[in-house]
Design a protein around this ligand. Structure first.
Ligand code: GLN
Length: 454
């Protein structure tokens, strides 16, 4: 059964059974931090279940962003995306597990335990929206799963869990009610079992919001009216297919996806995009992401946000803040606060933050140039299949960051992208990544649908 069937009128959905199933599977896989079943409403998504990444505010339901410091934070409002889904009648089932504040690639940086991949319980679910991907893969019924990407956090878990994940153009979906990671990069998007589910979810949550000044005030197309594409011109960045560490199975699946496109008449060409090289895009991304993250986290201090202690027990407020933050933040968050503070400090700013911002602009220009000639850009979604949990935990930070090489470029450029399952390698799913020009979500959804139908 597809989400389309539900949306188009099947009211036979058994909510109680669904809740039971989710709970049962979560008991071993730990992909949801908090499960609860709320009343659904009426509307076009009536009866359709949805789950939300933990960093997105849900009224009266704990929103921890995967962090100990926000362990008991209960927002008094719903994020715009949650509000819109509820208004459309969708039914809320809880919060999915993630890396702390989005800092990670495998959901191993989660204060509430590492979730396990439903395809192989010894492997990671990806990150940072790892729980969001695993929830979709686990559920027998189609659901809408709301994720968030700063540098690839929707594509990555979509690929590792064998589901579809769409990251919209920056500014297409309101960030109001998101616990920010890096404001100039964060994008809320949708994971679902099929392209239709991703399209439908996006259609409902997208559009201008007066509470988020960065949302664009333009009409939201009917994304779920999917059309098959013909006469496609597809660019494949040389820097992506030649990436060191690209696993053989991933490469083979990508090549056979490209072949399918060619067989249906698409023109596929390799393009040279030097700034997408691992040694350029990855550092530029991490400098900017960490700089913004370190300022965003300043408010988590035990005053307005963050768990509290008795200030009387401390000599001064510096000592108090320091205690709260030392206890509340995990290792990766601390690393990023330190590095991010450094990169934007007077004396270093020009060499790091400003330089990275310039590289970002050049990356945008490079993408724009390619889109003058090609409809979409294609690549593998991730360089590997989901690694084993113990291997992921042993990786050095720089090794982990390098895993994002295929996703940080389009994320820095604020472009829309979609990951669709394109086969298996060693029994694990792999993904095909399709990146489009700004505000061309329709195009990439149609291309993904075309691929899904091949
Ligand atoms: N892995 C990347 C990071 O740690 C991306 C995560 C994300 O998109 N939230 O920053």
């Amino acid at each position: 059964m597809s989400l389309k069937d539900y949306v188009e009128g099947s009211k036979k959905f058994d909510n109680i059974q669904f809740f039971k199933q989710l709970k049962q599977k979560n008991a071993t896989l730990n992909f949801m931090r908090e499960i609860e079943q709320q009343e659904g409403g009426t509307g076009e998504l009536e009866n359709v279940p949805f789950v939300v990444k933990d960093a997105i505010c849900t009224e009266g339901v704990t929103t921890s962003a995967g962090s100990q410091i926000l362990k008991d934070y209960e927002p008094v409002f719903d994020a715009t995306v949650v509000k819109r889904l509820k208004e459309a009648g969708a039914q809320f089932y809880g919060k999915t597990a993630q890396d702390e504040f989005g800092f990670g690639t495998f959901s191993t940086n989660n204060a509430f335990g590492t979730p396990k991949n439903p395809h192989d319980n010894e492997r990671v679910v990806g990150g940072s929206s790892g729980g969001a991907g695993a929830a979709v893969a686990t559920a027998e019924q189609p659901i809408i799963s709301i994720g968030e990407s700063t540098g690839g956090s929707i594509t990555n878990p979509a690929a590792y869990n064998g589901v579809v994940g769409i990251t919209p153009t920056y500014g297409r979906v309101s960030r109001y009610g998101l616990v920010d990671y890096a404001n100039s990069l964060d994008k809320i998007g949708v994971l679902s079992k099929d392209v239709y589910g991703a399209a439908k979810g996006l259609e409902v949550i997208a559009g201008h919001d007066e509470n988020d000044q960065t949302t664009v005030n333009c009409e939201v197309p009917k994304f779920s009216d999917l059309e098959e594409k013909q006469d496609l011109k597809i660019a494949v960045p040389k820097q992506y297919v030649e990436l060191e560490g690209l696993q053989e199975g991933v490469k083979e699946n990508f090549e056979s996806s490209i072949k399918k496109f060619e067989e249906m008449g698409a023109e596929v060409e390799e393009v040279d995009m030097p700034l997408l090289h691992k040694d350029v895009a990855v550092p530029a991304y991490y400098v900017l992401a960490m700089s913004e993250a370190s300022t965003n986290l300043a408010k988590m201090s035990g005053m307005r946000y963050g768990h509290e202690a008795d200030p009387e027990k401390f000599d001064d407020y510096d000592e108090y803040f320091s205690e709260i933050r030392s206890e509340g933040f995990g290792e990766e968050a601390k690393r990023r606060i330190l590095l991010g503070t450094y990169t934007r400090m007077a004396g270093y700013r020009d060499d790091y933050y400003i330089k990275a911002a310039k590289v970002r602009q050049k990356i945008i220009d490079q993408f724009k140039e390619v889109f003058e000639e090609y409809d979409v850009i294609a690549s593998p979604s991730m360089p590997n299949i989901a690694p084993r949990i113990e291997d992921a935990e042993e990786m050095a930070p720089a090794e982990v960051y390098a895993m994002d090489t295929l996703t940080v470029g389009p994320n820095l450029a604020g472009l829309p992208m979609i990951s669709v399952p394109n086969g298996k390698s060693q029994g694990m799913p792999t993904g095909l990544h399709i990146v489009g020009n700004h505000f061309e979500e329709e195009e990439i959804l149609d291309v993904a649908q075309t691929y899904q139908n091949l």
